[in-house]
Design a protein around this ligand. Structure first.
Ligand code: ADP
Ligand code: MG
Length: 222
């Protein structure tokens, strides 16, 4: 599902450098990514989703080389194929909860908003315990509630790749297990792949594989 070769990435004007010679994720795999803060975990998810592009190297997702697509193509590919639960949620505070969840359908012709989608949105919100918050503005929500809105938005289109950046980070222990159950269920139900950054070491045994970012060669240029 994901193949990375000879990756080299830097942010303009920064010394941080992410180098990944070889990295693969199989279709259907549930992979956890751990590693110290600032080691490039979020950057990796941004590269895989085509939000940023590498200076060198190839990134292939579901048989498509995202690293060589145009900006518009990458955006379209992302909306069709990838669900992303961002570390800082990236909810739109001028929209209420339901409109945030439906937002990918409003900004792309690749997704069609119909009754069935609305019904699934309500169902997902129910599973995430935010069904009674659908008409609230997102800035009235707790961190844990915002996180669950972000998860609903990522899952609704049924993406074949789910990227989750510390998606259980703001939840209490009981909710952590539950949210992970729901993420796994959503992934398993249509053979999707999960790449999840996490700090919750007690959740790691539930993943198929754990990649420690400390293992990637990171050279901070002087
Ligand atoms: P992690 O998710 O592992 O904490 P990040 O991928 O967010 O790490 O960040 C890796 C490094 O890149 C950090 O040094 C961070 O300051 C820097 N960085 C992250 N995003 C940007 C950006 N948009 N512009 C410049 N530097 C960034
Ligand atoms: Mg991060």
């Amino acid at each position: 599902m994901i193949q990375i070769h000879g990756l080299n990435f830097t942010y303009p004007g920064r010394t941080f450098q992410l180098q990944i010679p070889d990295f693969q994720v199989q279709q259907g795999e549930k992979l956890a990514v751990i590693g110290p803060s600032g080691s490039g975990k979020t950057t990796l998810l941004n590269l895989v989703s085509g939000i940023v592009t590498p200076k060198q190297g190839e990134i292939e997702v579901a048989g498509t080389t995202v690293s060589s697509m145009s900006d518009a193509e990458r955006r379209d590919f992302r909306i069709r194929n990838i669900g992303f639960v961002f570390q800082d949620f990236e909810l739109l505070d001028y929209l209420h909860v339901l409109d945030n969840i439906l937002h990918p359908y409003r900004i792309s012709r690749a997704l069609r908003l119909d009754r069935e989608v609305r019904e699934r949105a309500a169902l997902l919100a129910g599973q995430m315990d935010i069904r009674n918050k659908l008409k609230r503005r997102t800035d009235d929500l707790s961190q844990g509630e915002k996180q669950r809105v972000a998860i609903c938005r990522a899952l609704l289109p049924g993406p074949r790749l789910l990227l989750a950046d510390e998606a259980t980070g703001n939840l209490d222990p009981r909710n952590k297990g539950r949210i992970l159950d729901l993420l796994f269920e959503a992934v398993d139900s249509h053979g999707a792949t999960l790449l999840a950054v996490t700090h919750d070491h007690e959740l790691l045994p539930r993943f198929d594989r754990v990649v420690d970012f400390a293992d990637f060669q990171q050279t901070a240029a002087a």
